[in-house]
Design a protein around this ligand. Structure first.
Ligand code: TYM
Length: 321
């Protein structure tokens, strides 16, 4: 079984990325083969400062390694280091119906929020399909928001296979962790870099605590008993808490007579505890950039080997080469 996933370096990683995706990458790296990449080409649709993109890409690699990605088990690389994927993207573009891409919610949502959009953003799911198909991936661990893109990938692979009469591409499946489907941000909406409501994994403790204290809450009186499920502050707390802490907190909610400030403080404490070891590992890696670059170079070499075989197969099937 081959596992693959990607993550955009459009900002520093946040809790949504971790619980929605990265944690699964780490669990799945013990599978037969796993490929994880930093989607710097996708990030170009939003980041336009070259130095910032370069730095965020390196930071992303350091974060993933610090969180437990093991380069002796998984192949870790930057998307743009595998040019075969961009070539494959064009081949898939020739079978992609406009209507299919117009229905993709990532594009629709950005349009609706008045965020800038262009052809890159519109064809984003095609590049994502190329990412997945280039490595004959079987399973793609992602958060709920990416499931539609995996469906598009399956559609495009099916369309290409149907047009060229051969089993060129292997059809992948999405893998979602149930309870992490959608991590809420500080405003209760999906945590997302583009919505500016994120809590970053490795933000220094003091500003992170401040951001936690600013999480929006309702204005019901303190005494009123409250239902924890459905409350975004509790949803965040439960990601980090032990079973015991979780039960205790939900009992507090149901009893009433508590302040949200108290829950926020508890959230700051448990989240700090949760990432304490990763923070130490991150500091060590950040002090050794050459080591991180060497890991990315080695990953790119291994990834290109796999992707070039698939690209050749696709090119031959459609009359190229
Ligand atoms: P990206 O960079 O937006 O997010 C990376 C991963 O984090 C998950 N995620 C969340 N999960 C739960 N709750 C949240 N609030 C939350 N925010 C983010 C995402 O679902 C994702 O799994 N298009 C992809 C990157 C990509 C990719 C690929 C993924 C490019 N090519 C090929 C898989 C396969 C993206 O923008 O993810």
């Amino acid at each position: 079984m081959r596992v693959l996933s990607g993550i955009q370096p459009t900002g520093r990683f946040h809790w949504g990325n971790y619980f929605g995706a990265i944690r699964q990458y780490i669990d799945l790296q013990h599978e037969e083969a796993s490929y994880y990449f930093i989607a710097d080409l996708h990030a170009l649709t939003t980041i336009h400062e070259p130095e910032r993109l370069r730095q965020l890409t390196i930071d992303a690699a350091i974060d993933l390694l610090a969180l437990g990605l093991d380069p002796t088990k998984a192949v870790l690389f930057a998307q743009s280091d595998v040019p075969e994927v961009s070539e494959l993207c064009w081949l898939l573009m020739t079978v992609a119906p406009m209507g299919l891409l117009e229905r993709c919610h990532a594009y629709k949502d950005k349009l609706a929020k008045g965020l800038p959009s262009g052809v890159g953003l519109f064809t984003y799911p095609v590049l994502m399909a190329a990412d997945i198909l280039a490595y004959d991936s079987d399973v793609v661990p992602v958060g709920e928001d990416q499931v539609q893109h995996i469906e598009v990938c399956r559609d495009l692979a099916g369309a290409f296979n149907a047009r060229f009469g051969q089993d060129v591409f292997r059809l992948p499946k999405a893998k979602i962790l149930d309870h992490s489907a959608k991590v809420p941000g500080t405003d209760g909406e999906k945590m997302s870099k583009s919505y500016k409501n994120v809590l970053e994994l490795f933000e220094p403790e003091a500003p992170l605590r401040k951001s936690i204290m600013r999480i929006t809450t309702d204005s019901r009186p303190m005494e009123e008993p409250k239902e924890p499920d459905g409350d975004h502050l509790y949803q965040l707390f439960r990601l980090f808490a032990t079973d015991e802490e979780r039960e205790e907190m939900s009992a507090t909610y149901r009893r009433g007579n508590f302040g949200y400030g108290q829950v926020k403080k508890a959230l700051a404490d448990v989240s700090q505890r949760y990432f304490a070891d990763a923070r130490v590992r991150r500091d060590a890696l950040a002090a050794d950039p050459e080591k991180v670059n060497a890991i990315l170079r080695d990953g790119a070499e291994r990834a290109r080997k796999a992707a070039s075989a698939v690209l050749l197969r696709a090119q031959r099937a459609c009359g190229l080469r």
